[in-house]
Design a protein around this ligand. Structure first.
Ligand code: 8YV
Length: 323
């Protein structure tokens, strides 16, 4: 029997590409150039499986074809708000993602951002590299203590819980959690976390707020100017979820008028383009979507895609089906 034809839309870790090439009739993207919507439509006719990433915007235009050949979109990453599940569903195409394997590394990066913004690490490095450091002094780049403070976590799923573990067991932080569905008492107990009923109830109580909810239309601008106004004037906002969860204009105003202490972002609405209103704030730390960017996580994500594909083409239910 012919091997299924598989298209990988970006460069993947070499170890995973090698395994994919053994198992499937695979086309790799050695140039690592993102696909245009017309390339994607053509690929839907030619391949049995496509393996997209967050840089493939799979909305209605990219998915608008008759009788696609493709039967599975095995996404490389846990978030899939770049895939229009309604359009995909109309073609009966299965979508899978890669949960679990990147939770620890993404939480590590959220903690990195939290520490960077509280301790003014970005400002310090910029000053030093610019040759402007004049030496130690008691009032120089004084930041905010992290240990023992209150952290609000919005979205208490796998990554949110890993963030809570680091903050509570590493830094003695008190954890407040907001989650759409009730969190099991034993899960909350692991970090002595308290679940609150609403985001509005959580925000005024926190020194730090970290976002770990899905993106997409349902959560677009979940953090808007009204909610930024509920944060304490010295509180910090951290986002490793999806850019669209924050209204970036509202955030830039909050930073400009100092109505919050600062923010640290790994994800942006319309990335890799950065809203110019965000560029100038010294109270803002920005990283280029590095949440899962470790060798270990990126390989594990690839092997998780492979598991999903192997199950699917063997007629078994892929473990990470999302639609
Ligand atoms: C991925 C992420 O690297 O998994 C996710 O949802 O945001 C990132 O860590 C990216 O999405 C790959 O497609």
């Amino acid at each position: 029997m012919a091997k299924p034809r598989v298209l990988v839309t970006r460069r993947w870790p070499a170890a995973v590409e090698a395994r994919l090439a053994e198992a499937f009739d695979v086309r790799l993207n050695t140039a690592d150039k993102p696909l245009a919507p017309e390339d994607f439509r053509a690929a839907m006719r030619d391949y049995d499986a496509i393996l997209p990433t967050v840089t493939d915007k799979l909305g209605a235009p990219a998915l608008d074809i008759d009788k696609p050949q493709v039967r599975i979109l095995a996404n490389y990453g846990v978030g899939y708000s770049h895939i229009d599940l309604d359009s995909v569903g109309r073609h009966g195409i299965v979508v899978t993602n890669t949960p679990d394997v990147l939770s620890e590394c993404t939480a590590d990066l959220a903690m990195t951002l939290l520490l960077m913004v509280a301790r003014r690490a970005g400002e310090g490095e910029r000053e030093l590299r610019a040759g402007q450091w004049t030496g130690w002094r008691p009032t120089h780049l004084v930041g905010t203590k992290v240990s023992g403070k209150t952290l609000g976590i919005i979205g208490y799923g796998r990554i949110g819980q890993e963030m809570a573990r680091r903050a509570h067991h590493g830094f003695g932080m008190k954890i407040l959690a907001y989650n759409r569905s009730p969190v099991a008492p034993e899960v909350l107990a692991q970090c002595q976390a308290t679940q609150v009923a609403s985001i509005d109830e959580l925000l005024p109580q926190c020194d730090f707020v970290s976002l770990h909810c899905p993106g997409g239309a349902a959560n677009r601008h979940l953090i808007n100017s009204r909610r930024l106004g509920l944060m304490r004037p010295d509180a910090f906002l951290i986002n490793t979820a999806r850019g669209e969860v924050i209204d970036e204009m509202a955030l830039s105003h909050a930073l400009w008028f100092e109505s919050i202490g600062g923010a640290a972002l790994d994800v942006f609405d319309g990335e890799p383009n950065i809203n110019p209103a965000l560029r100038d704030s010294d109270r803002l730390v920005m990283l280029p979507h590095l949440g899962s960017a470790t060798r270990e996580a990126r390989e594990a994500m690839g092997f998780r895609v492979l598991d999903n594909l192997e199950d699917f083409f063997a007629g078994r239910a892929p473990r990470d089906r999302v639609n």
